[in-house]
Design a protein around this ligand. Structure first.
Ligand code: HMG
Ligand code: MG
Length: 299
């Protein structure tokens, strides 16, 4: 049967905003994160400690993170690509980090200026030092299903890099469908292959983008496989600056509507979440693509 409770990993303030051309003021980001946490989202990814030239929108990580010091840092994961990023994150008291690898060579090059294996080598000391410091480590893996340059990605290729991230010491994986091309059968195949590779469902999260309208169907396939960590972005904000065809993430409102309809607990107050996303759509000056949000807010 389906799980009774799901942990939503909210990525709106990071994946959602990182692709916005106009830089959102730091105070607005802090308010967004506070409102998402107050809406009951247990985990609200806050920012990235990456090179500021690579992702200008998140260049204010040093200014933003201290504005969140009333929240438990266990609720505020941050992205960290290398030891420089880890130093910056630890100096501010971050307690949950994520490294971010790629299943494909093209995206590893575009996103990290590394081959797949060079990126893994870059992460090795990051994960080791984080674990020594008692910091929880997520291992994102992009292009798990398809890649804009390479096309469909073979399951075995993705499983190899998943295994490598776990062998480095990552506590959990997040399987990224960066460009939203996955369909439910492919999700089932990958999750079955990970099961055969002895990766328990409890250590797997799924990260769907809704480019082709498949994110909820893919999520349902993951639920049937026992996955209980699901990434989503408030209002369906998002994309990835280094993958042109990546559009919005699965909208948190759409996800919550489906989960609550299935009787699956999330702890999220959908009214408060909706009000937050309506406010953010106003800040960004355009309506949200989330169907649930539009229906609930008559946008
Ligand atoms: P590089 O150019 O190869 O960097 O970039 P480098 O290691 O050669 O260093 C060059 C300079 O950058 C040095 O400075 C470093 O100190 C500095 P210099 O000595 O020349 O003055 N530097 C840094 N500065 C601040 N913070 C740092 C840092 N690292 C180096 N952490 C690098 C390599 C990894 C830095 C770069 O490629 C980068 O920042 N990439 C980040 C890209 C990114 O954030 N992408 C979006 C997130 S991934 C995503 O969205 C997908 C996901 O949502 C899942 C999915 O949907 O698939 C997670
Ligand atoms: Mg993403």
């Amino acid at each position: 049967g389906l799980p009774t409770r799901v942990r939503i990993h909210e990525v709106g303030a990071r994946d959602g905003l990182q692709n916005e051309q106009t830089v959102v003021p730091t105070e607005i980001k802090a308010e967004f994160i506070h409102r998402l946490a107050a809406a009951g989202l247990p985990t609200v990814e806050a920012t990235s400690f990456v090179h500021p030239k690579w992702v200008p929108q998140l260049a204010d990580a040093e200014q933003l993170f201290p504005l969140l010091d009333d929240l438990d840092p266990q609720r505020l994961p941050v992205l960290v690509p290398n030891e420089r990023g880890l130093d910056r994150a630890l100096a501010l008291g971050a307690r949950r980090i994520a490294v971010f690898g790629s299943a494909t060579e093209s995206f590893a090059k575009a996103n990290l200026n590394r081959t797949v294996d060079e990126a893994l080598a870059m992460f090795a000391p990051v994960v080791a030092r984080a674990k020594d410091a008692g910091v929880h480590v997520r291992g994102y893996l992009s292009m798990c299903f398809g890649d804009p340059w390479e096309g469909p990605v073979p399951v075995a290729q993705t499983v190899r890099v998943c295994r490598a991230l776990l062998d480095l010491g990552c506590d959990e994986l997040s399987l990224g469908d960066t460009i939203g091309v996955a369909t439910p059968g492919h999700v089932q195949s990958l999750l079955a292959a990970l099961g055969e590779a002895q990766v328990p469902a409890s250590r797997i999260g799924v990260h769907f983008h809704d480019t082709y309208g498949q994110a909820l169907a893919n999520t349902f396939a993951a639920l049937q496989h026992g996955i209980t960590t699901i990434d989503a972005s408030a209002g369906g904000l998002g994309g990835c600056p280094y993958a042109k065809s990546a559009t919005g993430n699965l909208a948190t409102e759409d996800l919550v509507w489906m989960l609550h309809g299935l009787g699956i607990e999330t702890g999220v107050d959908l009214d408060r979440l909706t009000a937050t996303s309506v406010w953010m759509a106003g800040v960004l000056g355009r309506p949200s693509p989330s169907r649930t949000l539009r229906a609930l807010s008559h946008q």
